[in-house]
Design a protein around this ligand. Structure first.
Ligand code: ADP
Ligand code: ZN
Length: 708
């Protein structure tokens, strides 16, 4: 500790951060007191710092055990970029390289040494460890991805079982175990298998507040939905698909539509996979379309969106896969595309499993995933409940919290639906029941004589989709059952009968297509900041390429954004930005500061803007004035101001549409535009009626045009 007044000062010096994340400081303190530790934090929680900072403050070398070569490489790159002595030993190195690295270690130049478990316990390495311990000292063993010792985890590695020999050989050297796996069973296994001595256990919340979760209904034109969504995002993203074929197909189509995308799945050669992965990590391509084979051990922290194009098999995988977004703590978006047809695909896969026990577990897990997709409560609450964590809900960062679905009383409809099931003898699936209700003339219905039932045709007033929504909701609320074999037959249960006997009412959430979803999410960011941010990104990419490291190793997005906002024009001010440590200041400060200065100077020149009068309106808007106020101040007619806004919107200027037209109205207008077309205002107005003004329609149409 000697040279630092406090742990915070050391944190800023080495890593450039001003404050610890929850839990980190106490962990570092306990590590400095040589305690054994078990650290459980979600992905992106900041585990690495928990052993890296103690390693820097203690004498000797910290040995870090890590299961994957790519992970080691990334962590060592990031440490070196902070000017910290770190290295790794693994099977990719030649004999000579190993020799020279061992030399550097014994010369005291290294604070963190990363090794694979099999090397750690190899015969040749034992004597080296002994020498290291006596000459330099070993400050601790940090076991990363510690769940690999457990057969109960999802990633068991037998080599990890032997790590306990270290404990036997060096009983007084502390052991720190780290993992992102949450279950109790794995936790207990880690303590036992690694022989941790009265470890201090730290379990962080699995909530990832920076991730926005939503679920979008998947239509027949689902590819277009996907394309539109990807276009609305900035930065890197992953699209997960169920099958290799759809990975190839989607990647190909995205490429054709001008998105830089690459495929990744187990059917490709190792070489192709690794090339694609590297290009993704280095920001040479924006989107990785992949099966779940992609992700483990990929240390890209600035993934801005993860889209599941198909329903995941269970919630744990969904949490882990979607959790690859936003590891840098910056806002990121996790979208699940869902249609009930996906359930059938997965059920089919499950039915191929030979073991009935396994099948049963898989079905149970599938149901939980479906509950998530169809749920109307806070998505976070559902996920965290799965991990045994209580979350109060109302996170304000998921679709259900931001746009709660309206609840309606559908008791009468439910009675019709359930009574139709009863009358058909509880022997049919949902589609058949709906066809009877809607009075279908299909032959099949007549063959069963169902056209003679009293419920035949009593549901003509509702669409197929409306009845499906009701059916799913009844299942979801447990007011109706469905058999789990391949046929999915609807069966009445106790609660269904209560509804039929008028002892229970039925409320359902009306799930409309949330077309206008992204509208409300658009917030005003000044153009200037965006432009500078892009320039700094470009500079970062140049530096990263020259040093052969991923861009986020140079600076994370969050630091770049702060630079763009605060625009520090001196090295001193630059050093105050979170993420700029002493070493990075010296290494990159000059180049970034000159870029920022150049930008600021250019801004002061009278830049010819596309249209000055529009920009004046925009400025007033950003100061919080309404349309009427702007018109009055500028002595213009309101419709002229509306014209300005329409142009600004089409030119992607940061207009806050939500302040001009309510979100509810936006949704309806967009629906109208998508129904009657965008070319003429009049038909849209006629479709919508008097309640919607031409001005409102024009504004939303301008927004819609630039999005399409
Ligand atoms: P994990 O290993 O738990 O997935 P990392 O250790 O990779 O997470 O940390 C995720 C990100 O958070 C990294 O970019 C890291 O630099 C950053 N980070 C860690 N601690 C802090 C902190 N105290 N302040 C700001 N950023 C931090
Ligand atoms: Zn929520």
């Amino acid at each position: 500790m000697s040279q630092f007044q406090s742990l915070e000062e050391a944190l800023k010096h080495f890593f450039g951060y001003d404050t610890f994340r929850p839990g980190q400081q106490q962990i570092v303190q306990q590590a400095l007191q040589n305690r054994d530790l078990l650290i459980i934090m979600p992905t992106g929680g900041g585990k690495s710092l928990c052993f890296q900072l103690p390693a820097l403050l203690k004498s000797g070398v910290m040995i870090v055990v890590s299961p994957l070569i790519s992970l080691m490489q990334d962590q060592v790159d990031a440490l070196l970029d902070n000017g910290i002595g770190a290295t790794f030993l693994n099977s990719t190195l030649s004999w000579d390289e190993v020799r020279s690295r061992e030399h550097a270690i014994l010369n005291g130049k290294i604070k963190l040494l990363y090794v694979a478990p099999e090397r750690l316990l190899s015969e040749k390495f034992g004597p080296f460890l002994d020498i290291l311990r006596s000459q330099i000292g070993i400050s601790a063993f940090a076991i990363d991805e510690a769940h690999c010792v457990s057969e109960w985890g999802h990633d068991f590695r037998p080599e990890y079982r032997q790590i306990k020999q270290l404990r036997q050989r060096y009983p007084d050297i502390p052991v720190l175990a780290l993992t992102a796996t949450a279950t109790k069973r794995v936790r207990e296994d880690i303590i036992q298998q690694l022989m941790l001595k009265q470890p201090s256990i730290h379990i962080a919340s699995f909530n990832r507040p920076n991730l926005y979760y939503d679920v979008l209904p998947k239509h027949s034109q689902s590819y277009n939905q996907l394309l539109k969504l990807i276009k609305s995002h900035q930065g890197s993203g992953i699209v997960y698909c169920l099958s290799r074929r759809s990975v190839d197909d989607i990647a190909f189509r995205l490429q054709n539509d001008g998105i830089s995308a690459l495929p990744y799945h187990a059917g490709m050669s190792d070489e192709d996979r690794s090339t694609n992965q590297t290009r993704f990590i280095r920001d040479d391509v924006q989107v990785m379309v992949a099966t779940v084979a992609f992700g483990m051990g990929i240390n890209k922290i600035d993934v801005r969106f993860v889209i599941h194009y198909d329903l995941p098999r269970n919630l744990e995988s969904y949490y882990q896969e979607s959790g690859r977004a936003g590891r840098d703590g910056d806002p990121a978006h996790c979208t699940l595309f869902y249609k009930t047809g996906d359930i059938i695909k997965i059920k089919y896969l499950i039915e191929q499993k030979p073991d009935p026990k396994e099948q049963q577990i898989a079905f149970q897990q599938l149901n939980q995933a479906v509950d998530y997709a169809e749920g109307t409560e806070c998505r976070r609450t559902i996920q965290l409940r799965y991990f045994g964590e209580r979350f109060t809900g109302n996170c304000d960062n998921c679709d259900n919290c931001r746009h709660p679905k309206p609840i309606e009383d559908w008791t009468i409809e439910a009675q019709k639906f359930l009574s139709c099931i009863a009358r058909c003898g509880e022997r049919f699936g949902m589609m058949h029941i709906i066809e009877v209700l809607r009075g279908s003339r299909k032959k099949k219905i007549e063959q069963y004589g169902h056209h003679l039932l009293s419920t035949y045709g009593i549901g003509k007033d509702k669409t197929l989709d409306a009845w499906k929504m009701l059916g799913r909701s009844l299942l979801h609320q447990g007011l109706l059952d469905e058999t789990n074999d391949g046929y999915r037959i609807l069966k009445l249960n106790k609660l269904s009968w209560e509804i039929l006997r008028k002892q229970r009412s039925v409320q359902i959430a009306i799930t409309q297509t949330p077309v206008a979803k992204t509208l409300a999410d658009i917030s005003a960011t000044s153009i200037e900041i965006e432009i500078l941010f892009e320039r700094l990104r470009r500079l970062r990419k140049q530096i990263a390429d020259a040093n052969s490291v991923p861009p986020y190793v140079v600076f994370p997005d969050a630091s770049l954004r702060l630079m763009a906002q605060k625009q520090p024009q001196t090295l001193e001010k630059f050093g105050e930005i979170s993420g700029v440590g002493t070493h990075k200041l010296a290494q990159y400060g000059d180049r970034f500061v000159s870029e920022i200065r150049a930008f600021c100077q250019e801004q002061q020149l009278p830049v010819p803007l596309p249209n000055n009068t529009n920009m004046v309106t925009l400025q007033f808007h950003q100061q919080g004035l309404s349309i009427a106020e702007i018109a009055e101040t500028r002595k213009l007619s309101p419709s002229t101001v509306i014209n300005h806004f329409s142009e600004l919107l089409e030119m992607k200027q940061p207009v806050e549409l939500n302040r001009l037209v309510s979100v509810e109205k936006q949704k309806v207008i967009i629906k109208a535009i998508e129904t009657v077309g965008a070319d003429l205002l009049k038909p849209i107005r006629e479709y919508l009626g008097e309640e919607y003004s031409y001005d409102e329609i024009r504004l939303v149409r301008a927004w819609w045009r630039r999005e399409n």
